[in-house]
Unconditional design. Structure first.
Lengths: 298, 688
């Protein structure tokens, strides 16, 4: 929350200031702990992050190793706690490994969308007139496309890779963030501290980034959290449509796609990856709810 | 009904549960209210006035709860009543009027339906008779054309009209008790005067008792029989209006009266005496007097060791005070002027001069179906000037264009026509971006709203330091000392630099904002309503600070306000504005003495004065301020002027009559005005 400009304003009292800041963060975290949904959300999200981090250490099998002996019975057993898929690959290992790309791609795409969307929203809200009109209309056009078709077109054209997925998610989510930031900017730019900044001759960029944006952070953070959850769903959907991460590396959506035809016989093959996706999404949503409560209380 | 008082509050205590723990906001409060009586409850914000009102109707919310005591109303104890019992009383026997009428009215329902709903719900009467009663009530609150008003939605009415509707809703069931919580705080002074008069008149007709909560001592005098002064949840003094306002015994009551600017004196004659410190948190309560820490007459030991009993004031049986030293204190005298001479040399060349300034706002571009709309006229042909070191006050009701002038001066808006010169440089057409560094340094601004004047994301030190670096070219390393020096000028401790605005009180925020404005060592300070959002005790301190800083630096102060008493106190020159034009302009002592412009006369007569002996004939303005797109062709004030002389007022713009340095824009000749008008400011305090 400290802006680059804010750091070192008061060289004499800056240890005090950073102590104050540290105390404030501790207070916020403990307040977050008081909210039941936030606590559950944090536990779910952090568990997944932890599991993803140590997947190479704790996964019982390599994610792509086929165990032909298990094909006789793919259902959960002592050797394969969650069973195997139709190629005899250990589901638990694949799910643990599959958490890694999701937990990198979803937040990165949200950060990209937030950066791009904030800039667009700030410019639209602050300058108004034709800048606003151009940006808002451009955003409307992007938002009016059926997104799945848009993803299919773009990824089919550029090929499917982690970076391309991040790029596509950034481009399609930025307009939504831009709208939120624009609305808040319209309100915040009329504040007296903005007038005071103008009167000391600050540049428009300074006013937008240092005076306005920090005060829009509350709703922005809540939305980013929510949107990370949505991104997890979309990444799953892309995998399901076969335009997600290239095989054979595990990808939750792809795992569902490969096995949903066997639902009637071996439901566990599709259900376990599905459960992984939904638990992560629920985790992010609960965290967003908690953050919103915190924002309302402040 | 049983005998005894209508409302009997006995050692009521209320606590709020906060994250920091249980907070006893009201430790034990007792008072009585008889049928038909009006009791004023006054005190600074945070003293528990509204909590008392909410406790009576048991609307304390989830965090608050009554921890002890009784509230007997019409013989029943409200603290133990169940929900059904409370519902039968709320709205029917006890009605409430709050500060913001827009929040009390349903925006999607017509006023008529909302009014009719009250007797239909509470008394089960038929729609026809409810309608008849609603119409009668609307006529009683003096709304013209009740039939038409019934069909309106709240947003189609002005603030004053909305508050009248709320009052009508409250009184339609003939409640025994009416609780009014700051009912006139958001209203313009002339509207406020009319609403207060209405309350007084309805009171005598309906025989409802009134609990009138206000921070404005003047409005309490106008409405109430008795006054109770609250501090930190305790009654410190209680008695008849006359007793409290002519012979206040408690130091806090005296402090409240001493920090109020009056219409009769200015800074040279009788300086304001602010109350030191601020209301302390209810978390740490000492055993003795709650006011001890701020009291100028405190005697450590006697005042601080044990609870202070309340005693009767000698010779006034109904007047009680909770102060151990009440009998020792000398009798209070109203601050009055000694008749100091004016030292401001008016012939000096102007630092700020506004010449024929006009500002039009283009209407928003929409789909034009029926031609383009005319631009809105915010300010029209205004001429003003302020010399170096002088204070120019611009006064008027909301929408008169006073803030627009501030914006043009500061470059946040540019003039449509005419000019503004700042120390000889023409800046009227220069937006702030187009002004060079010297011009930016010359003029800085102090804003109205303490909550939005400082960026909540930055520390106070950052805000002031940034201004020092941008305007004085200080390097990042030596701003620290500059920040500390500026904080000292505005009487804040250097430790405040590390705080964020959220950790400051309203007065502290405004001080920090003044420090920020002083960073460039400006020649001109434009202050747009800098004290209107503050408590009276804090207001006095900020007003004193501004005058002190101005005198020390020889800066010109352009002070924009709706409060005539504050303006009278600190201005050298006053401009009274109405609908974007200057109605009257002149040295402060001339503007506040006849001949007045009829609008100035109405404004002055409307100011609530906290002195029961101050009786002036009130001039109530009819109608409403015309919208900016329907300004009369002739005199802008013609539609509401009580001294209108005929068609000439509607058709010809009034001539500006000049009497030496005093100007009045009116068709009535000055000597005629002088003959018609009585002085509205108590002459004994003017000291002439």
């Amino acid at each position: 929350m400290s802006t680059p400009v804010a750091a070192g304003t008061l060289s004499a009292s800056s240890p005090a200031a950073s102590r104050v800041r540290a105390r404030r963060w501790r207070r916020r975290l403990s307040a977050l702990g008081e909210s039941a949904p936030a606590t559950v959300g944090i536990v779910i999200v952090l568990s997944w992050v932890g599991l993803a981090l140590v997947a190479p250490l704790i996964a019982p099998y390599p994610p792509n190793a086929n165990d032909m002996t298990a094909l006789a019975n793919t259902t959960p057993s002592k050797a394969h706690w969650l069973g195997t898929d139709q190629l005899g690959r250990d589901l638990l290992s694949r799910i643990l490994w599959g958490a890694r790309p999701v937990l990198v791609i979803a937040p990165l795409a949200v950060l990209g969308a937030a950066a791009l969307g904030s800039l667009l929203g700030l410019a639209a809200g602050y300058y108004g007139r034709w800048v606003d009109l151009t940006i808002t209309r451009a955003c409307d056009i992007v938002l009016s496309f059926p997104v799945i078709i848009l993803y299919m077109i773009i990824l089919a054209h550029f090929g499917s890779s982690a970076w391309n997925i991040i790029g596509v998610l950034t481009l399609t989510k930025a307009p939504i963030i831009a709208r939120i930031v624009r609305g808040m900017t319209l309100d915040l730019r009329e504040r007296e501290y903005v007038a005071a900044a103008k009167m000391r001759g600050e540049s428009a960029l300074y006013i937008m980034l240092v005076e306005i944006l920090p005060n829009a952070r509350g709703p922005l953070v809540v939305d980013m959290c929510l949107r990370t959850g949505y991104n997890v769903i979309i990444i799953g959907a892309l995998g399901f449509l076969g335009i997600g991460l290239p095989p054979p590396d595990p990808d939750w959506g792809g795992m569902v796609k490969d096995t949903y035809g066997l639902m009637m016989v071996w439901p566990h093959m599709a259900l376990f990856p599905c459960a992984a996706i939904s638990s992560l999404v629920v985790g992010f949503n609960l965290l967003a709810v908690g953050l919103r409560e915190l924002g309302l209380r402040d | 009904m049983t005998d005894g008082p209508l409302l009997d509050v006995q050692s009521l205590s209320v606590a709020y549960t906060t994250r920091a723990g249980e907070m006893a906001v009201i430790p034990g409060l007792s008072f009585q209210l008889n049928a038909g009586e009006a009791l004023g409850l006054v005190g600074e914000s945070g003293c528990g006035k509204s909590t008392v009102a909410l406790a009576i109707v048991r609307y304390l919310g989830r965090a608050g709860r009554i921890t002890g005591g009784r509230i007997r109303f019409e013989g029943r104890d409200l603290t133990t009543l169940d929900e059904a019992g409370l519902r039968a009383i709320r709205g029917r026997r006890i009605a409430m009027v709050y500060q913001d009428p827009m929040a009390s009215l349903n925006p999607v329902m017509t006023v008529g339906r909302q009014l009719m709903e009250v007797p239909m719900t509470h008394e089960g009467v038929s729609a026809t008779s409810a309608r008849a009663r609603a119409l009668a009530m609307l006529a009683e609150v003096k709304l013209a054309d009740p039939e038409a008003v019934m069909e309106r939605y709240p947003h189609q009415l002005s603030g004053g009209q909305q508050q009248r509707i709320v009052i009508a809703m409250a009184l339609i069931t003939g409640p025994a008790l009416l609780i009014m919580d700051e009912p006139t705080t958001g209203l313009d002074v002339t509207v406020e005067a009319a609403v207060l008069d209405l309350v007084r008149e309805l009171r005598s007709r309906h025989r409802s008792a009134i609990l009138f909560i206000s921070h404005n001592l003047g409005s309490v005098v106008r409405v109430c029989d008795r006054v109770a002064v609250m501090y930190r949840g305790e009654l410190v003094e209680e008695g008849p209006v006359r007793g409290i306002f002519t012979n206040p015994r408690h130091p806090y009551t005296r402090g409240l009266l001493d920090c109020l600017p009056t219409l009769g004196s200015d800074k040279r004659q009788a300086p304001l005496v602010p109350i030191a410190g601020q209301v302390e948190s209810a978390l740490a309560r000492s055993p003795g007097c709650g006011f001890a820490a701020r009291c100028p007459q405190v005697e450590i030991g006697r005042c601080t060791s044990r609870p202070i009993p309340s005693s009767t004031v000698h010779g006034e049986p109904d007047h009680r005070v909770a102060c151990v030293r009440a009998d020792e204190l000398a009798r209070w005298t109203r601050r009055s002027g000694t008749g100091g001479a004016h030292d401001a040399d008016r012939a000096r060349e102007p630092m700020v001069a506004v010449r024929h300034l006009t500002k039009l706002y283009a209407p928003r571009q929409r789909l034009r179906l029926r031609g383009s709309r005319a631009p809105v006229r915010a300010v029209f042909d205004v001429e003003l000037a302020a010399g170096r070191g002088q204070t120019l006050a611009i006064v008027g009701e909301s929408g008169c264009g006073k803030s627009t002038i501030a914006k043009v001066l500061s470059g946040l808006e540019v003039a449509t026509a005419g000019g503004v010169s700042l120390d000889g440089v023409e800046v009227g057409a220069l937006a702030v971006d187009a002004r060079d560094a010297t011009l930016k340094r010359k003029l800085q601004m102090v804003f109205q709203n303490p909550d939005s004047t400082l960026n909540p994301s930055h520390t106070v030190g950052y805000a002031i330091g940034r201004a020092l670096r941008r305007l004085q070219g200080r390097s990042a390393s030596d701003t620290g000392a500059g920040v500390a020096r500026l904080l000292d000028v505005v009487k804040l401790s250097p430790a405040m630099a590390a705080r964020t605005p959220r950790q400051l009180s309203g007065g502290e925020k405004q001080r920090a904002a003044i420090a920020r404005a002083l960073a460039s060592d400006p020649d001109v300070i434009v202050a747009d309503e800098p004290v209107s959002a503050l408590d009276v005790s804090v207001q006095a301190a900020i007003v004193n600070l501004l005058t002190e800083i101005q005198a020390a630096r020889g800066a010109t102060l352009v002070f924009i306000s709706h409060d005539l008493a504050v303006v009278r106190y600190l201005a050298d020159t006053v401009a009274v504005m109405y609908l974007g034009t200057v109605a009257e302009l002149g040295p402060v002592e001339r503007v506040f003495a006849p001949p007045y412009h009829p609008y100035t006369e109405a404004l002055l007569s409307a100011v609530p004065v906290p002195d029961p002996d101050h009786a002036v004939a009130r001039i109530l303005l009819e109608g409403r301020v015309p919208r900016a797109d329907e300004i009369p062709r002739g005199c802008p004030f013609a539609t509401r002027c009580p001294r209108r002389i005929g068609p000439i007022c509607d058709e010809t713009p009034p001539p500006v009559q000049r009497f030496a340095d005093h100007r009045i824009a009116c068709h009535i000749p000055g000597d005629e005005l002088q003959r018609l008008q009585a002085p509205l400011v108590e002459p004994r305090a003017v000291g002439r």
